[in-house]
Design a protein. Structure first.
Length: 176
């Protein structure tokens, strides 16, 4: 409360605005539920948290192509733009833009908690494997879905305006 310590916890669930935002509880499909399939505006999204400082994301690097069987390294620069030191939870998500089967709107593929002094910058990297890009078919089997994939790195979910840092950067690559 007095600013001696910078809070950096993040929500592990989504807080919805109202029960009416959710599908009926008698339905067991994931459509409209969890951060992966909810398309509305949540009260507090999965991954949300507070801070006494601010962070800026820049220089995202995502390879242009990803082949089945490869791994890729995604990176970005995180800068503490505030006047206080603090922790940030850097989150990496992917979104299949034209999937060949049902796919989540977004899927968390990695996160890192980092501490930055005021004004300090750091390059953060995530290694994504073929399994990170696979989707689950109707028969429950993982499979490769070629097409454009958006990779996002930031302090919260892509596509959700209420984020910790207000700064999420994205780049599209092609799964071949």
């Amino acid at each position: 409360l007095f600013g001696d310590t910078n809070p950096a916890g993040r929500l592990p669930v989504t807080f919805y605005r109202a029960d009416s935002d959710l599908p009926p509880f008698s339905e067991y499909a994931m459509d409209g539920r969890t951060y992966r399939y909810f398309s509305g505006q949540p009260l507090y999204p999965f991954g949300y948290g507070l801070s006494y400082t601010t962070f800026k994301y820049s220089n995202i690097f995502v390879p242009d192509k990803m082949a089945n069987g490869d791994s890729v390294t995604v990176s970005a620069i995180v800068t503490n733009t505030g006047e206080r030191a603090g922790d940030e939870v850097v989150q990496c998500y992917i979104s299949h833009l034209k999937p060949d089967t049902k796919a989540p709107i977004r899927a968390l593929k990695g996160f890192q908690r980092i501490y930055l002094k005021a004004g300090e910058s750091r390059k953060i990297s995530f290694v994504l494997t073929t399994n990170d890009f696979r989707l689950i078919s109707k028969d429950g089997q993982p499979h490769w879905s070629p097409g454009p994939v958006e990779v996002s790195v930031g302090g919260g979910q892509p596509g959700v305006s209420r984020t910790t840092s207000g700064n999420i950067i994205t780049k599209t690559c092609k799964a071949e």
